[in-house]
Design a protein around this ligand. Structure first.
Ligand code: SF4
Ligand code: SF4
Length: 374
C-alpha cells in the first residue's frame, strides 16, 4: 500500500514524554515519514499566542520534542522551529508555550519568520503567489505540527489552517480583508498549503480544544497522535473524530477531489486506531452555517452584504472581562475597533467588521463572544 494517503492514528493518553515519543514514532513510521538525510528541517507548530500548554491553544512542547527526535532519527542535519504568532513577540510566546525549553534542550534552532519572500504558485486554484516567511521557503523540508481545535471562521483547525502562521506577522490581516467570506478564505488556505508544501504532518490531538476555539475554548481529552503525508487527508480524519462532517470544513470542501491538492477522501486509508471508534462524544463544535452562495449569486452586492451582516455571527465584547490589552484593536484588519472613554472593552463598528474573528482568536481574557443577532 502506498503511504501517500495513509493517516496513522496512535493512542496517546497523556503528555508524558516517553508516551508521546512512542506515539509520534509509531504514527510517523506507519504514515511513511520520509528520509531526511542531511536536510534542514523546519518544524511548524501552532504557536498562536503566549499561552500555557495546559490551555490547549498551542501545540504541546512534548509533541514538538518528539517530532524533533523523529526527524533527527530520519537523518535531519539541522532542525529549526518557527511560527508567526498572531500579534505577540515571539520571545514571550516561546517562553510561555514551553518552546524555548524544547529548543534549548534538544539542540534545535529558532527560525525567524519576520522576513517575507514571494513564492510563485502557478498551479494554485485561486492564488498565483504568496508572501511567506523566508525561513519557510529556505527549509529543505517543512514538517507541520498542528493542534486539533475548533475555529470560529473555519469551524475546525488542523494541518491546513496551521500553515497560515507561515505568513509573516500582520500580513495575515490583509488576507482577511481580501477574502472576508468563508469560501474564499478557504480557497486561499488550500492554495497556501500548496505554496508551503509540508512533507509530513504530525497532529497533537492528545488534548484538543472544544467550544469557542482556537483560543478561548476548553481543553478536551482526545488521546491521539495523528500523522500523514497529506494534511488534507489528516484533517478529514481528525475533523471526523471530533464529530464534524468533514465536508463541512470549508477548506476540505474546496480541495476534495481536486487533483491540484492531491486530495481525494475516498483514497484515504487509516492505520492504527480506528477513527470510528475514537469519535469523542458530545465534543462541543462550532456550529456550521451553510454559506449563502445562493444569495451571493442572486442578490446585489449591497444586499448580500446587509444579509451577511445580519445573519453571520458577530463579535460581542464583555466590558467586565476585557483587560484592555489592545490585541484585538491591533490585529483587526478592518480597523473596526476603537477604545473610547467610559468603556472598558473596545467598541465595534459593525458596518466595517468583516466577521473574520481575528479579535476572538487573540483575546487573552475570553472577553469576546461570537453570536448571531437574536
Ligand atoms: S472586529 Fe473582530 S471580527 Fe470584526 S473585522 Fe475586526 S477582528 Fe474581524
Ligand atoms: S477584548 Fe480581549 S483582546 Fe480586546 S482589549 Fe479586551 S482583553 Fe484585549
Amino acid at each position: 500500500m502506498t503511504s501517500d494517503h495513509i493517516v496513522a492514528l496512535s493512542d496517546c493518553r497523556s503528555y508524558d514524554q516517553a508516551a508521546v515519543d512512542r506515539a509520534v514514532a509509531e504514527a510517523a513510521r506507519a504514515a511513511g515519514l520520509p528520509s531526511m538525510t542531511g536536510a534542514t528541517v523546519l518544524l511548524k507548530p501552532n504557536l498562536l499566542l503566549a499561552s500555557d500548554p495546559i490551555r490547549a491553544a498551542t501545540t504541546h512542547p512534548a509533541v514538538v520534542r518528539a517530532a524533533a527526535r523523529a526527524v533527527k532519527a530520519a537523518g535531519a542535519a539541522r532542525v529549526l522551529v518557527g511560527d508567526s504568532p498572531g500579534w505577540q513577540a515571539l520571545s514571550s510566546v516561546a517562553g510561555k508555550t514551553g518552546m524555548q525549553d524544547v529548543i534549548a534542550s534538544e539542540g534545535l534552532l529558532w527560525a525567524d519568520f519576520s522576513d517575507p519572500v514571494t513564492v510563485d504558485l502557478p498551479g494554485g486554484g485561486m492564488m498565483r503567489r504568496f508572501e511567506l516567511a523566508k525561513a519557510v521557503a529556505d527549509a529543505d523540508i517543512v514538517v507541520n505540527l498542528p493542534k486539533l481545535k475548533t475555529h470560529g471562521l473555519m469551524y475546525y483547525t488542523g494541518a491546513v489552517k496551521n500553515l497560515f502562521g507561515c505568513v509573516p506577522g500582520l500580513r495575515k490581516s490583509a488576507f482577511h480583508l481580501r477574502f472576508p467570506g468563508r469560501a474564499d478564505f478557504a480557497r486561499m488556505l488550500a492554495d497556501l498549503y500548496l505554496a508551503v508544501k509540508p512533507a509530513f504532518c504530525v497532529m497533537d490531538a492528545v488534548v484538543g480544544m472544544e467550544g469557542p476555539g482556537p483560543n478561548n475554548g476548553k481543553p478536551r481529552d482526545i488521546g491521539l497522535i495523528l500523522a500523514a503525508k497529506n494534511g488534507f487527508d489528516l484533517d478529514w480524519i481528525a475533523a471526523g473524530v471530533i464529530g464534524y462532517n468533514p465536508a463541512d470544513v470549508p477548506y476540505l470542501a474546496v480541495a476534495a477531489g481536486d487533483t491540484r491538492y492531491g486530495f481525494e477522501p475516498s483514497a484515504i486509508k487509516t492505520v492504527g486506531e480506528d477513527p470510528a471508534r475514537r469519535v469523542v462524544p458530545h465534543f462541543q463544535r462550532v456550529r456550521v452555517l451553510k454559506e449563502t452562495d445562493f444569495f451571493k449569486r442572486h442578490m446585489p452586492a449591497w444586499l448580500h452584504r446587509l444579509a451577511r451582516n445580519l445573519t453571520v455571527a458577530r463579535p460581542f465584547f464583555s466590558d467586565r472581562r476585557c483587560v484592555r490589552c489592545g490585541a484585538c484593536v491591533k490585529i483587526c484588519p478592518a480597523t473596526a475597533l476603537r477604545f473610547e472613554d467610559g468603556k472598558n472593552a473596545p467598541l465595534v463598528d459593525y458596518s466595517s467588521c468583516i466577521r473574520c474573528y481575528c479579535c476572538h482568536e487573540v483575546c487573552p481574557a475570553d472577553a469576546i463572544r461570537l453570536r448571531r443577532l437574536p
